[in-house]
Write a protein that binds this ligand. Structure first.
Ligand code: FE2
Length: 260
């Protein structure tokens, strides 16, 4: 079952999802919500926002597949530490944790699969769509060192990009089944990436500012998703900060704008 809950605007294969006009889905446990741009309740694949109100707790769960997230506001805490605004949150397959937010949190995420919760008789009200009850696999395994709070601004920008374009590779999906990249892209006012052609899916969340893509304007708190074979260029009139999830290298003259 696949659900499109946010009525995306479509333009030449691009889909724009406006989170300001998309309703929160209450997951049934106090203070936990998600807001989908794209969600599949069978597979747990998800693109969208998560919200923890203050003192909300996810409950102990194990990630079946990758979650790659960026903290937009507030904080969420687990045994690795305190993931605050501007931090990256990576959950590799098998990652097992219980996350609590002391002050509330808003998170933008792309999940490649769902999560499992310990077998219990009570109803499951999980933060991650498509979660189910099952015994954990290898729950005592050492946690992947990628699961630590790190701030995007602490990552050195990659070299060789056009003037005014600052790209930071946030996560390379190493050791997973996905050869994807998660990146942070800043465009100064008037900057452009140069033209490129996608070879697989590309998802972008506009954290701040204005984005121009294929003649479409996308603004803060909106997602834009492109399919394979899309001929695109990204630019900004007044500057923007983007979080991007790219499923394959793009074809371009210069360095890949999304971290490949
Ligand atoms: Fe989690």
């Amino acid at each position: 079952m696949s659900e499109e809950l946010s009525s995306p605007v479509q333009f030449e294969g691009l889909e724009i999802h406006d989170m300001a006009s998309t309703d929160w889905v209450a997951v049934g446990k106090p203070g936990l919500f998600y807001k989908p741009a794209r969600v599949d309740l069978d597979s747990g694949k998800f693109l969208g926002l998560f919200r923890f109100d203050a003192f909300a707790e996810s409950g102990l769960h194990q990630h079946v597949d990758v979650g790659a997230s960026y903290i937009l506001s507030g904080s969420v805490t687990d045994y690795s530490g305190n993931f605050t605004q501007g931090c990256i949150g990576i959950n590799p397959p098998g990652d097992t944790h219980d996350a609590l937010s002391y002050d509330g949190a808003l998170i933008t995420s792309r999940l490649e699969g769902s999560s499992i919760y310990p077998p219990k008789a009570e109803e499951l009200n999980a933060i991650h769509p498509g979660a189910y009850r099952h015994g954990f696999q290898n729950a005592g395994a050492m946690r992947d060192p990628i699961v630590v709070p790190y701030h995007y601004s602490g990552i050195e920008p990659s070299k060789g990009h056009p003037e005014g374009v600052t790209m930071r590779l946030l996560y390379d999906y190493a050791g997973t089944d996905h050869d994807f990249r998660m990146s942070s892209l800043h465009l100064d006012p008037g900057a452009r990436t140069g033209p490129f052609t996608t070879q697989a899916g590309l998802d972008i969340f506009v954290v701040a500012g204005d984005l121009e893509i294929a003649g479409q304007s996308v603004k803060a708190n909106q997602f834009v998703s492109a399919p394979s074979s899309a001929e695109l260029e990204i630019s900004s009139h007044f500057g923007c900060h983007l979080i991007c999830w790219s499923e394959a290298p793009v074809i371009s003259e210069g360095p890949d704008p999304f971290g490949f």
